[in-house]
Design a protein around this ligand. Sequence first.
Ligand code: PLP
Length: 391
Amino acid sequence: MTALDQQLGAELDALRDARTYKRFLTLQSRQGAVVQMEGRGEVIVLSSNNYLGLAGHPEVVRAGIEGLERYGAGTASVRFICGTFEPHLALERALADLSGTEAALTYVSCWNANEACIPSLTDETTVILTDELNHASLIDAIRLSRPASKVIYPHSDMAALREGLEAAPRGSRKLVVTDGVFSMEGDLAKLPEIVELAREHDAVVVVDDSHGVGVLGETGRGTVEHFGLLGEVDVITGTLGKALGGAAGGYVAASEEVCDVLAQRSRPQLFSNALPPTVACSALRSIELMLEQPELLRRLRENIRVFRELLADAGYAPLDGEAAIVPIIVGQTAEAMALSARLLDEGVFVTGFGFPVVPEGTARVRVQMSAALEQEHLDRAIDAFRRVRPE
Ligand SMILES: Cc1ncc(COP(=O)(O)O)c(C=O)c1O
């Protein structure tokens, strides 16, 4: 064993001792309301981002198979070197329409999209203003951007954002970067105020709406639609790995100029393979299904409402919110992991999160609702929550 292995082994032992070591659980069926889990049998899924239940939808699967048959496994290269498939363009058109922007550009993940977008929009004058609870991909993207300065404002603190904007040097480029739905809290960015402040100060708004699209807004267009701001947000990034099919992939939706600059300059676009056509085809079908079948969104929203009520009746007090994320704070990381393990013993799959994903002392189990869940699943799940409720 090398010295490095020994050091890393000690770090892993420390995680095990603290009972915060994460294990991968193996699924033997499609993602859905229930899955077959190796060694466990059937479990109810309350921790996937499969918000609209489309990950295993027959038409989404069929679209992927047709894409695979027609276009093969992939571009075998970067798009500018070796071609773009038709489904990339069709998907990007659909994503732009969905986002209320002129254009969109896809990446192999939203992590990549964020790491592509923010550094490409940052010049030597840029001040980046970022919510302290933004997703890790935005945090890393901002680190990579090396802006002239950075203001990390307290969560959704609009006075602090205003102060940061006022303090930015004259003539500097200003980017206000926020999650649409905060992934660990489930609350929404104060987008109307953010957009207004940005207008006052001539700043650019960048919203990562990975947890908003396919959940919020009358037609599922996300946080931006929820607040009636379609067409008012400069740059929207999102994932194809959650509501929109659940495979993987991400995008930036913005003006023609922004998307073209990203195509020309962003490193994850220039130095990494294109989204596989299977994914492009299944994501496109997912968008179509969401727009064609509004009952998917209705069912998701009804499930969110009903499960929040059931949790309250069972003595739990999740954080408030309108999105599909329902976090139940339990305190210490080991407690969250233990609650999640007890729920799994009861046949309910819901993940516990602790430090460093969330601040020390605010560990939680994060319930996520899906349109795939039927009342029977919610009832069985809540029975399990009742049985394991900590004192
Ligand atoms: C807010 C947010 N942004 C970006 C990502 C990354 O998305 P992807 O899995 O497409 O890289 C996630 C996924 O967890 C997320 O929650």
